[in-house]
Design a protein. Structure first.
Length: 453
């Protein structure tokens, strides 16, 4: 297949491919949204339990269909009804074990999953040994077979996804409270059990109708991977639902398109691999918890903290030499504050070493916080002076808070402030200014609190 034909199939697909794309996108959307609530409820393995528990339903439905009519042993709707019944039964078994035993949820899920899957293996061996017509196609329900999807099945997936999404957004507020504050739901008299059962029912329906798309062994991945990916980007519930739906639908569509272009590549596995690729990309660059993003943020925080310590050392040195009078707001003079300082005298207060001191000086110069004069001397810029004032003010207010409210000994206050500076946000600094408003009215920057006599 040449490049032109490949592009045509991708962007102008034939009717049968459009049907398949409609079905897989619908499944990805619904599974991505419902998977968020399973993740928040810590029931992600429930989708795995449901998927494995459908095997006896599929094989049992095939046997019943074959006994009823020798002409057609594999009826799509009978297989779905059988899968739904055993999937629903597996959920009830889990709920029963949790209510009437002291088993943890993971143990209850494992018991239900392995028990029903073992029963399904027994039924499958019976079907394979029976020689009944069309029994060879049942493995598609294990591994998925998107290519066999017909228009009726695609529209079934689409309709199921629409209903599931409508119900989720209709009861979004209640489901939100159920996931994050279950005790509040119970105390307010809301239908706690009905909400929980409804969520499980919707997840079951979506898992059942999606069996033939990715297979019962992989269906759980569509419920787990998209919401897990979304949590790497945001903490907001609406944004999590949106990102999870996009990841599920894009991963499903991309996997189906790749499978259509590569012969003998299973579509179910391709869909899960594409969705997993989106997860690993997000793991690296996700805005909230991406590994590279967290590393860059840490590096930026460390850089800012070091700059603040440098500027505070400059401020303290100039104040000690009485070159500027910063205690009293009325006497503050910016021209005096912008007088040059001896770099070595300032940096001798910190154990940075000559190499680090030179690097830090260059760093602040590039940032426009200081301006180099002659060798060994520099001066604060207007931007650097403002930053030095805010840094010193926050530092001393933090010291005052630790001495007056946390009852830290004066000799230990410095080591505590050094640690706290790493996590002091602008909001915390603003709270400190409000707490010591009276002191700030008397002076632009209060003096070192442990040195006040």
């Amino acid at each position: 297949m040449d490049l032109g034909e490949t592009l045509t199939n991708l962007f102008l697909p034939a009717h049968n491919l459009r049907v398949i794309y409609l079905g897989v996108v619908s499944l990805g959307l619904a599974a991505g949204v419902l998977g968020c609530f399973l993740l928040f409820r810590k029931r992600t393995l429930l989708s795995d339990t449901i998927g494995h528990a459908t095997l006896p339903g599929v094989t049992g439905g095939f046997l019943l269909s074959a006994l009823a009519s020798r002409q057609e042993g594999k009826n799509f709707w009978i297989l779905l009804i059988g899968a739904f019944f055993f999937g629903w039964l597996s959920v009830q078994v889990v709920q029963l074990l949790l209510r009437h035993t002291k088993l943890h949820q993971d143990a209850a899920l494992a018991i239900s999953l392995t028990g029903f899957y073992a029963l399904g293996i027994v039924f499958l061996s019976v079907v394979q040994a029976s020689g009944l017509p069309q029994s060879s196609g049942l493995e598609y329900y294990l591994y998925g077979m998107v290519a066999s999807m017909v228009e009726n099945e695609a529209w079934t997936l689409f309709g199921t996804a629409l209903v599931a999404l409508f119900l989720v957004f209709l009861f979004l507020k209640e489901l939100n409270v159920l996931c994050f504050d279950e005790a509040f739901v119970q105390t307010q008299g809301l239908p706690h059990r009905w909400l929980d059962e409804g969520l499980m029912f919707l997840s079951l329906i979506v898992a059942i109708v999606g069996l033939q798309t990715v297979g019962l062994l992989l269906i759980m991945a569509l419920f787990i991977i998209p919401p897990s990916t979304a949590r790497l980007w945001t903490q907001s519930l609406p944004k999590t639902l949106l990102i999870s739906a996009l990841v599920g639908s894009i991963g499903a569509l991309t996997g189906a398109m790749v499978s259509a272009q590569i012969p003998h590549l299973p579509a179910g596995a391709s869909i899960i691999l594409c969705t997993s690729l989106l997860f690993f990309v997000s793991l690296l660059i996700g805005y909230r918890k991406g590994i590279l993003v967290k590393h860059l943020r840490f590096h930026e925080m460390e850089k800012r903290l070091t700059e603040n310590q440098y500027l505070r050392a400059v401020f303290d040195s100039m104040e000690a030499q009485q070159k500027v009078r910063l205690f009293c707001g009325l006497e503050f003079s910016r021209p005096l504050a912008l007088v040059g300082f001896d770099i070595n005298a300032v940096l001798s207060k910190r154990n940075w070493g000559k190499r680090n001191a030179s690097r830090l000086t260059d760093q602040l110069s590039r940032s426009g916080l200081i301006q180099k004069k002659k060798i060994g001397y520099a001066a604060l810029t207007d931007k650097g002076l403002d930053r030095a004032i805010e840094t010193a003010k926050t530092h001393r207010l933090t010291e005052m808070y630790l001495l007056q409210h946390a009852e830290i000994a004066p000799k230990n206050v410095h080591q505590y402030v050094e640690r706290i500076e790493e996590i002091t946000t602008p909001e915390i600094a603003q709270d400190l200014r409000g707490l010591f408003q009276r002191e700030l009215e008397k002076a632009l920057i209060p003096p070192e609190p442990h040195e006040i006599k």
